[in-house]
Design a protein. Structure first.
Length: 320
């Protein structure tokens, strides 16, 4: 009898109670693979912890780690440290793994020894389950994208949660690094790609539910700055040089960003909500003009002086 699971699914949650059950169900209903599901409750103040405990009482595959808030990267480090399986799959709270995801990604890693990481295509949906777009990459596009060292050309997997990788390789390259509280996924993917092949499945096996207040929506400036440092680190590694000075400069820059934001890098503003709803409206303007109009108004209500939202709404009304 196999003592250890085939796959360790690792997830962090912070105040994600509203969509947590759907995420948990999407993993716990996966078939054809023996897995454990490690969820780090990263200091949630809502009832995420209670939901997790109730699920864990019903399903022994679910392992819960309750801790004080440390941020996503440190939570993922702890979750991956607890993983017992040969392969680690990522899952993001609020998103959905579609049926067959774990089993099909496991087959790739089992049958292709040179592959260290496998991702799949991802479907992105809006706040009211509107299908927005799908991100799909070929293996060639993924590997080429991770070889790039400029911010306009670098490309990773379709999303963070779509990936499964070898635990041994994760440990070999140093895992997630606490130096990067954001863009920690790109930092890991680039290091993994330097020691093995990255494989991208064309199948849509993951779904991201876009919502205002996400890290990508509220910490865009920090993500861009982190990406510049990640690319500089990759360039140094590939030239056989040390990353130490680059990481030191980034830590100083990160401290400055924290000071300017009052020490809080999680907050979301009306302007950020407005930009989020504007993005949804623009995405839907051709195929769902009725929904597009709704999101333009949501954008304006979030920040009444947002000129792009007003212009988009006027343009939509004229076109009809």
């Amino acid at each position: 009898m196999n003592t250890y699971p085939e796959v360790s699914v690792v997830m962090s949650v912070y105040n994600g109670a509203s969509h947590l059950a759907a995420t948990l169900d999407s993993i716990l209903s996966q078939e054809g693979v023996e897995f454990e599901f490690i969820v780090v409750n990263d200091g949630s103040k809502d009832n995420s912890g209670q939901i997790l405990n109730e699920y864990a009482q019903r399903d022994s595959r679910l392992r819960i780690i309750h801790q004080k808030n440390t941020g996503l990267t440190r939570a993922l480090v702890r979750g991956c440290d607890a993983a017992r399986a040969k392969f680690i799959a990522r899952q993001d709270a609020g998103d959905i793994s579609l049926p067959g995801r774990l089993a099909r990604q496991l087959v790739v890693l089992d049958t292709k020894p040179a592959v260290v990481m496998v991702s799949c295509a991802t479907r992105y949906v809006g706040p009211s389950d509107e299908e927005l777009f799908t991100v799909e990459r070929s293996s060639e596009e993924l590997e080429e994208g991770l070889r790039q060292l400029t911010i306009d050309k670098v490309r990773g997997p379709s999303c963070h949660g779509s990936v499964m990788f070898r635990r041994s390789t994760y440990l070999q390259v140093g895992g997630y690094r606490a130096d990067f509280p954001v863009a920690q996924d790109l930092d890991l993917w680039m290091r993994l790609s330097e020691v093995g092949r990255c494989f991208a499945m064309p199948d849509v096996l993951f779904q991201v539910d876009l919502a205002p207040g996400s890290i990508s929506a509220t910490r865009r400036n920090e993500q861009l700055r982190a990406t510049h440092s990640i690319l500089a680190c990759a360039a140094a590694r590939r030239a056989g040089k040390s990353e130490a000075e680059i990481l030191s400069r980034w830590q100083s820059e990160l401290a400055g960003l924290g000071a300017r934001s009052g020490g809080s890098l999680r907050r979301s503003t009306g302007r950020e909500h407005a930009r989020f709803y504007y993005f949804i409206a623009r995405t839907l303007r051709l195929k769902r003009p009725d929904r597009s109009r709704l999101y333009y108004w949501k954008s304006i209500r979030s920040w009444v002086l947002y000129p792009r939202a007003w212009a988009g709404l006027v343009q939509l009304m004229i076109s009809r």
